[in-house]
Ligand binder design. Structure first.
Ligand SMILES: [Zn+2]
Ligand SMILES: [Zn+2]
Length: 484
């Protein structure tokens, strides 16, 4: 339930049973949305049975007074957070039937974290069904400690701790903490200078993330020489401040106030996630059945749950600011539910939403637009049986042609050998779907596309011929338009 305490256009104050009180007042400038809570780690605070009806909180009909939440501690690997992570995963294992890994294409190699050598780490191969954790990370500018044909024999014997890049060391620490023996990291488990091995393994990439017991996202690291189990400026944004409150001259203990923690508000508060900026990592995030993210707080998302170390939920919640205020809205939850109980119409709509998010991310090579989202398209093609054509679905082709580009992006189009101009593959920058009911006025006369399909790794080429009603228009050019 939800009760509004103050409801004016200038200020909103909401509460829910057992949770924090949310306050927002847009005129407040930098700090417009805050939450007030009792510290959930301090067990002596029993808010639900609090005998003291404090005046400003008394009017919450039927709700408990201010509820519990957790302070975001500077250290993301604090013992209390480790325990919360273990509880989330155990709860998902025991009660969520749709969150199990989907094992279709097993990786050729894994890191065994109970292996030989002083640090107990080695590369192993030839498994077909063991539980493993996968890492989603950003490579950065310096090449990571890649496995090559020169060092693979040594690594099959043992890998020393100092050989591992800092991001990978942290991934080993977390994997061991949650009690899983095997870990998959792309640049260690695929032989980077062996073209055949790379081709064989890279096409499985989507399946490897779908088959993982858990995916760890090193969201804040901009390269593999950076740790993610460390204090960060991004966590500090959500540090809580103790409130000095008294009632009838009696101090009220342990009330805290902070900026509302909701990862959808990251861009609003200036928190940038290097991992979320990359085109290639979107399918790692979307396809993983369970994702443990080390971002401005530690968060866990699966088909049925989305929880955060701060104690709040992540997904649409009436107690959070309205959806139109949020940027960077995430589609992982919507995607997993689409596979569970969606229909093809909702798939078409969600696909173009994902294209908008995807095209807002950065790809080093614009020609990768086809391959870096292909694993998601494969899963949807399997589920819905529709044909995938250069980033669009045959059953929704006419509507999909009505895309438009973000005006702020540079106007660069790929050449016809890289992508047909009518496909969003050809455009630079973020692409949006134009909502227009054009199907009734238009039909496809012919379609000839090479590559760009679900089983193609190369860029798409091709042509399309449409028949549509025509409208006569007269365009008057004025001076300011001329020459543009
Ligand atoms: Zn789950
Ligand atoms: Zn949170």
């Amino acid at each position: 339930m939800e009760d509004t305490l103050i409801g004016t256009p200038e200020a909103q104050c909401r509460a829910r049973p057992g949770g924090p009180i949310f306050l927002s007042w847009p005129q407040a400038g930098l700090w417009p949305h805050v939450e007030i809570f009792w510290d959930g780690d301090e067990t002596e605070v029993q808010t639900s049975q609090s005998p003291k009806p404090y005046p400003s909180l008394q009017s919450v009909k039927g709700a408990s007074l201010v509820g519990k939440a957790y302070r975001i501690s500077p250290q993301p690997n604090a013992v209390a957070i480790q325990k919360r992570v273990q509880d989330w995963i155990r709860n998902c294992d025991e009660t969520h039937t749709d969150c199990r890994p989907v094992v279709q294409n097993f990786p050729a190699r894994l890191l065994d974290l109970q292996g030989s050598g002083a640090d107990g780490i080695q590369l192993v191969q030839g498994f077909a069904s063991v539980e493993y954790v996968a890492l989603s990370h950003r490579w950065g500018d310096k090449p990571p400690c890649a496995t090559t044909t020169d060092n693979i024999a040594d690594r099959m014997s043992s890998i020393s701790w100092s050989e591992l890049a800092e991001t990978f060391q942290d991934a080993v620490v977390v994997t061991r903490q949650i009690g899983i023996r095997y870990l998959w990291i792309d640049c260690l488990c695929i032989i980077q200078n062996d073209i055949l091995d790379w081709k064989k393994e890279s096409v499985k990439m989507g399946d490897i993330y779908r088959g993982a017991y858990l995916t760890i996202a090193a969201s804040l690291t901009s390269g593999d020489d950076d740790k993610f189990l460390r204090p960060s400026r991004e966590r500090e944004v959500y540090a809580a401040t103790r409130l000095q409150v008294s009632f009838r001259e009696e101090a009220i203990p342990d009330l805290w106030i902070r900026t509302i923690h909701d990862f959808r508000l990251h861009s609003f508060y200036g928190v940038q996630e290097p991992l979320a900026a990359r085109g290639w990592t979107m399918q790692e995030r979307v396809l993983s059945p369970r994702l443990l993210s080390y971002t401005s707080a530690v968060t866990f998302e699966c088909t049925e749950a989305a929880v955060c170390e701060c104690g709040n939920g992540l997904f649409p919640d009436p107690h959070y600011p309205p959806i139109h205020m949020l940027q960077g809205l995430d589609n992982k939850h919507a995607f997993l539910n689409l596979l569970k109980k969606g229909n093809i119409k909702t798939m078409y709509a969600l696909w173009m939403d994902m294209v908008t998010i995807y095209t807002g991310r950065h790809l080093s090579f614009n020609s990768d637009r086809h391959v870096a989202i292909l694993s998601i398209a494969k899963v949807l093609a399997d589920k819905y049986g529709d044909e995938y054509i250069a980033g669009m679905w045959r059953g929704d082709l006419i509507n999909s042609l009505c895309w438009y580009r973000d005006d702020s992006s540079p106007t660069i189009h790929l050449g016809p050998r890289q992508a047909p101009s009518w496909s969003w593959f050809s455009a630079q920058g973020r692409v949006f779907r134009q909502d227009a009911a054009v199907e009734a006025y238009c039909e496809v006369m012919s379609l000839d596309v090479q590559d760009g399909g679900i089983n193609d790794s190369g860029p798409a080429r091709g042509s399309i011929t449409l028949r549509a009603q025509a409208v006569t228009m007269i365009l008057h050019m004025n001076k300011t338009c001329q020459g543009r």
